[in-house]
Design a binder for this molecule. Structure first.
Ligand code: BGC
Length: 464
């Protein structure tokens, strides 16, 4: 007995701007990430997603790789500006053709396509119309989603609306480190609210689709959030309050709105005079729309943080404290597998029963060069023992959550491929499969083979 139920979905994940390349091919419009990455000083060494993993052209080979790993599912995202180059209006058929072919190839390979509609790349034209600050963005998003469903809805049964609204808001609108590069306590809560309204508007639109556009006449829809337990560095009230604010701003912000129909009270303290209020009992706040029932929740988990009160770290006023003796990844994230179990149990306790998928989990570590001929079947070998250990310990944590009765239905490793790690460019490597960005050659890492063995064994975690 592996501890993972029959039918558990084993997958890997990527996102459009991080892997596709060819951002303007076949009539696509520029996305805000295309523009941001091309703005001097915004990304590591000015790196862009112009080529990325060239997945837009190499997708067939990448589906073969997924088959080699034995994946049951593939989570990818759809680029809005390929489908609607101006964000609204005219649909670009060739942009949809790309995803149409990909979906068919996945289905033929026995791999379930699990698309996310929005993984951070807003059509640039919509940023020109204030992006997520514009209340109309909710309808723009639902219209875009409908264009996608008209083409793919009959074959895809598992949709996610948004990926990680917290990152969109925190990096894109509060600190300006991601597109669209705004840094404003006024903008951030308004963007967050419109993102949640966009999610709800799309869920309603999905429920209203004709059966023919919903795989097997049903189809499911959910959202992906990133959750990170926020522990306090000491038992002092100031640190405990800092940890509560950090938790409110990242975790409860989105889940309370989605599942409880309100925002955490700490947000008023965090945003001060810029907090718009959004009272739970005010119909104008549209919590009924935001809370439109979903079929599943996607949870991205990487790390936890231990916080102290820090008046300099505005507006949350909490800073992470390094933990002596702990292991950290190349992004400076503590490796803390038990927090994945805690997250899964906490969601059930606070928000009730809902099917959960771990839609991302993985680690960036520097990798050595592949050694030719030293891998399985005479392939090159790339030894990445720390990543193997990360996956092993986190899968064990999922198994424990399952044993504690949490309804976890699937796990997606981040990422299938080394890829464009946003503002960090190509320096940080998360892949199960290494990509040589000069030649586009792919090499399955030891962690990829490890994961293949886990999948082949129905979740049995091989001993080292
Ligand atoms: C995102 C990915 C990203 C990963 C590692 C998640 O926040 O969804 O796009 O590459 O974390 O930073």
């Amino acid at each position: 007995m592996s501890g993972f139920p029959a039918g558990f979905l084993w997958g890997a994940a990527t996102s459009a701007y991080q892997v596709e390349g060819s951002p303007l091919a076949d009539g696509a419009g520029p996305s805000n990430w295309h523009v941001f990455a091309h703005t001097p000083g915004r990304t590591h060494e000015g790196q862009t997603g112009d080529e990325a993993c060239d997945h837009y052209r190499r997708w067939r080979g990448d589906v073969d790789l997924m088959r080699t790993l034995g994946l049951g599912a593939y989570r990818f995202s759809i680029s809005w500006s390929r489908v609607l180059p101006a964000g609204t209006g005219q649909v670009n058929g060739p942009g949809l053709d790309f995803y149409d072919r990909l979906v068919d190839a996945l289905l033929e390979a026995g791999i379930e396509p699990c698309p996310t509609l929005y993984h951070w790349d807003l059509p640039h034209a919509l940023d020109g119309r204030s992006g997520w600050l514009n209340p109309d963005s909710a309808q723009w998003f639902a219209d875009y989603a409908q264009a996608v469903w008209r083409r793919l809805g009959d074959r895809v049964g598992r949709w996610a609306t948004l990926n990680e609204p917290w990152v969109i808001v925190d990096a894109g609108y509060l600190h300006g480190t991601h597109a669209p590069g705004r840094a404003s306590t006024h903008d951030a809560p308004r963007a967050a609210h419109n993102l949640l309204r966009a999610h709800g508007t799309a869920v309603r639109a999905y429920r209203a689709l004709p059966a023919a556009q919903r795989a097997q006449g049903t189809g499911t829809i959910g959202i992906v959030v990133n959750i990170e337990p926020k522990d306090a560095a000491t038992g002092r009230e100031a640190d405990l309050a800092a940890a509560r604010r950090a938790d409110a701003s990242m975790n409860r912000y989105y889940l309370d709105a989605l599942r409880l129909g309100r925002y955490p009270q700490e947000l008023a303290e965090i945003f001060g005079a810029d907090w718009p209020g959004y009272a739970a009992d005010d119909p104008a706040a549209e919590f009924a729309l935001i809370g439109e029932p979903i079929d599943f929740l996607g949870v991205n988990y990487y790390t936890r943080s231990v916080n102290r009160h820090d008046p300099e770290a505005k507006p949350v006023c909490a800073s992470p404290v390094p933990q002596p003796g702990a292991e950290y990844t190349d992004l400076g994230w503590e490796v803390h597998p038990d927090s994945l179990r805690r997250v899964l149990c906490w969601i059930r306790e606070r928000y009730g029963e809902i099917p959960l998928y771990i839609t991302e989990n993985g680690a960036a570590f520097p990798d050595p060069e592949p050694v030719p001929g030293a891998g399985p079947g005479g392939r090159a070998r790339l030894a990445d023992p720390r990543r193997v250990a990360y996956f092993r310990s986190h899968l064990a944590a999922v198994r424990e959550a399952l044993a504690q009765g949490v309804d976890v239905r699937g796990y997606f490793a981040w990422s299938l491929l080394d890829n464009y790690e946003w503002a960090c460019g190509y320096a940080k490597r998360f892949g199960l499969v290494a990509v040589d960005f000069a030649t586009q050659e792919r090499t399955v890492k030891d962690s990829g083979w490890f994961y293949r063995d886990v999948i082949a064994g129905g979740g049995e975690i091989p001993e080292s």
